[in-house]
Design a protein around this ligand. Structure first.
Ligand code: IVH
Length: 720
């Protein structure tokens, strides 16, 4: 095996002990890229180009640098994320029906709210029972199995929900996955979905074997299941003990049951394994009791779970409830309480976010929480550290947090670890109250302004007033821009962005796409931190991202209050970048009609609209967007399924009798229509129930078609 050549700065020749902080940072970033490339070759391509000893030496050096400069070890560090890197080498397959995710409930009240929402949405009387299935939420990897004529034809990972990876050859090696469905009268097309997982004992045994063979070990059973499934050589997958629980479906040419529980029975009859702990529940109390019971059994189960899932049993109700953005209204994941650990707070560092918010970050003595080493945790804001919130409300009974304190930290799922309490008995005598900085840590030393936070979060947020001049904000914008859910540029992670920004190679998003041209001057491969191959790979991954979907593009701009869900709602609402951009410019010019039109979109309200208006009012932002759109091609949003009301604007008025207002709105939007609150000349249909008043008159005035509820159902083909 030959070793990969890369042009280096010379820092690679220096012993870790002799590296300056700057050299260490560059060397750490270089090693990260190199190790990731080897991981990819090893895990995905099954074609390593270095000996195991050389690979281990790279990893040892990487860890040694982190030990000397602990700040380099973040939650993203390779030393924290052991095991398999995601596959890149499989063919991509579009899911016929998207694989979406679940909303979370963290408390019993959240569960009651979930049931209440369903009741309101379906307009059910208190006395009408809602039956749910309750089942464990398996911490594995979701999989869609397509059967045609009863034969397994495809196994596809979830991927980004719309498009996954074809791992058919590998899933065929799982004993729990039938190649041929059992039974008669099978649907011609049938997609069975569920979770691939590895048991805890099998995971431990696999790691023992990996260790003995001097192969990398996996961090947890989920990683080992993912790594085992994403093997290019399916005989490797076959040698790994993977299992599968069936719990859902995608495309079905015929439904074999009318309830969720009926579907589970059918899966079992067709040859799948379904989770034996699944139960029928009929009330919030039943659900909460199920959650407690499973939590008590959690440690003894031989597979990892991270909560339980409740699903409305009646499939006709599931259909009516539909989805909000990426999660169903008819299901929720009720998570388990967070895992906690005790450690010492070594220091408090102030981080400046993309929007200028100053977040105090706890630098901790490293501690393991739920299998992950944690060294940084959030302290939220100044008031949270002080222990006194809005209007004098006490946080932690008014106990402040001081450097040197012994603190309790907690971590739940993907949530950032947080400091939740102080062990006062262990407070060192000389520990001093912490003074939150009055100036931004950026070189501008701008004043920090305090801003009240609306909603549940405790305390006021501190914000740097430097805006676009603040380098931290610029860097954070760039990091957000390249992040996985935004432009997702391989080889351009947080560390590389910092390096490129410091060297002024990339200071705004458009420059990512001009980097290759400018590299004649910059000569990245000679600047260090990058070898020929990694520079080549970086440019090809940048090139691959020149086409981007409208929702991702909107999200990647990093506008305040525009998260993924909102970006998706805006993309669906406007369809094209031009339409969205024009609307934003009109908003910025205070155009009332555009505001009303946007407000009518599901999930869009004043906060989002004000934020868009403010963003597009700012010349600096207009420049950034203009330069960027010259370099990338923003693809139109996916058209909703063909429907007679796609693209039409509908107003519902009067009291509807066959569906609730929420349900009517959700249905129209699902069919690609825009639902507006007021009638204008742009309205296509007014659907009027009894008691419709002024809107009916408005419709007549503008010559808009007025439909009864029955006529609406006839039009959209749901004949009632
Ligand atoms: S139902 C529309 N049931 O959780 C989505 N999901 O956060 C329906 N998961 O990607 C999913 N156990 O990988 C469902 N019993 C279960 C599950 C389960 C684990 C995973 C699944 C999904 C994620 C959603």
């Amino acid at each position: 095996m030959k070793s990969r050549k890369s042009a280096k700065t010379g820092a690679d020749k220096i012993e870790v002990d002799g590296l300056t902080e700057k050299q260490a940072k560059a060397e750490h970033a270089r090693l990260e890229v190199e190790i990731k490339q080897h991981d990819e070759r090893y895990y995905q391509k099954d074609a390593p180009t270095v000996s195991d000893a050389d690979y281990d030496a790279l990893r040892r050096r990487y860890v040694a640098i982190e030990e000397r400069f602990p700040d380099l070890c973040t939650l993203e560090s390779l030393s924290v994320r052991v095991g398999a890197a995601p596959a890149r080498g499989f063919a991509k397959v579009r899911h016929a029906v998207a694989m979406l995710s679940l909303d979370n409930a963290f408390s019993d009240e959240d569960v009651a709210d979930f049931v209440g929402r369903i009741r309101r949405f379906l307009n059910l009387k208190e006395a009408e029972p809602i039956v749910f299935t309750a089942e464990p939420k398996i911490d594995g990897l979701s999989m869609s199995l397509r059967y045609e004529g009863g034969q397994l034809v495809k196994g596809v990972t979830r991927g980004d929900g719309s498009e996954g990876e074809d791992v058919t050859a590998n899933v065929r090696t799982l004993k729990d996955i039938p190649h041929q469905l059992k039974g008669s009268g099978l649907p011609e097309i049938c997609e069975v979905r569920g979770e691939v997982y590895m048991t805890k004992p099998d995971f431990i045994a696999l790691n023992e074997r990996q260790k003995a063979a001097e192969e990398p070990v996996f961090a947890n059973p989920r990683n080992s299941a993912a790594g085992s499934l994403r093997q290019k050589d399916s005989s490797v997958t076959a040698s790994r003990p993977l299992h599968f629980f069936a719990y859902g479906w995608g495309q079905m040419s015929k439904m074999p049951a009318e309830t969720q529980s009926g579907m589970l029975k059918w899966f079992a009859s067709a040859g799948f394994i379904t989770n034996p702990l699944t139960k029928i529940c009929r009330s919030v109390e039943d659900l909460v009791e199920f959650h407690r019971g499973i939590e008590l059994r959690r440690a003894k189960l031989d597979y990892d779970i991270d909560g339980v899932v409740y699903k409305v049993d009646r499939l006709d109700w599931q259909g009516r409830l539909g989805f909000v953005s990426r999660s169903p209204r008819w299901a929720i994941a009720h998570k388990f309480a967070a895992e906690k650990a005790i450690t010492v707070l070594r220091d408090i560092e102030i981080q400046v976010g993309r929007t200028g918010a100053l977040t105090p970050v706890a630098k901790l003595e490293p501690v393991t929480v739920g299998g992950v080493v944690v060294q940084n945790a959030t302290l939220h804001n100044e008031d949270y550290i002080k222990g006194v919130g809005k209007d004098g409300a006490l946080i932690r009974n008014g106990v402040d947090i001081r450097i040197g304190d012994t603190v309790i930290i907690q971590r739940a799922g993907d949530v950032i670890p947080q400091v939740v309490d102080v062990v006062l008995d262990k407070r060192p005598k000389d520990a001093m109250p912490y003074h939150f900085p009055k100036k931004c840590p950026c070189h501008l030393k701008t004043d920090v302004v305090r801003e009240e936070i609306a909603g549940g979060e405790e305390g006021a947020r501190a914000r740097c007033s430097g805006e676009f001049a603040c380098p931290y904000q610029k860097i954070e914008h760039l990091k957000h821009f390249v992040s996985r859910r935004a432009f997702d540029i391989d080889g351009l992670g947080e560390k590389q962005i910092e390096l490129f920004f410091e060297n002024e190679w990339i200071v705004e998003p458009a420059e990512i796409f001009t980097l290759e041209e400018r590299n004649k001057k910059i000569k990245l491969e000679e600047q260090g931190g990058f070898g020929d191959t990694s520079v080549h790979n970086l440019f090809s991954s940048i090139r691959a991202r020149r086409d981007i979907g409208l929702d991702r593009f909107i999200y990647s701009l990093g506008i305040r209050h525009i998260g993924e869900t909102t970006a998706l709602a805006l993309a669906r609402g406007y369809g094209t970048w031009k339409a969205f951009h024009d609307a934003c410019l009109k908003l910025a010019a205070n155009d009332a009609e555009t505001r009303q039109e946007m407000d009518a979109l599901d999930q869009i309200g004043d906060t989002v609209i004000d934020s868009l208006a403010a963003y597009f009012r700012e010349k600096h932002n207009l420049g950034i967007v203009e330069r960027l759109t010259k370099r990338v091609r923003v693809l139109d949003a996916e058209k909703p399924a063909e429907s007679p009301v796609a693209g039409k604007t509908v107003v519902f008025t009067g009291s509807l009798e066959q569906m609730t207002r929420d349900e009517a709105k959700a249905m129209a939007e699902r069919l690609g229509a825009k639902v507006a609150g007021a009638v204008s000349k742009k309205t296509d249909y007014v659907v009027a129930g009894p008691g419709a008043g002024s809107k009916l008159a408005e419709a007549k005035k503008h010559g808009v078609a007025v439909l009864s509820e029955d006529e609406w159902f006839k039009l959209v083909g749901k004949g009632k």
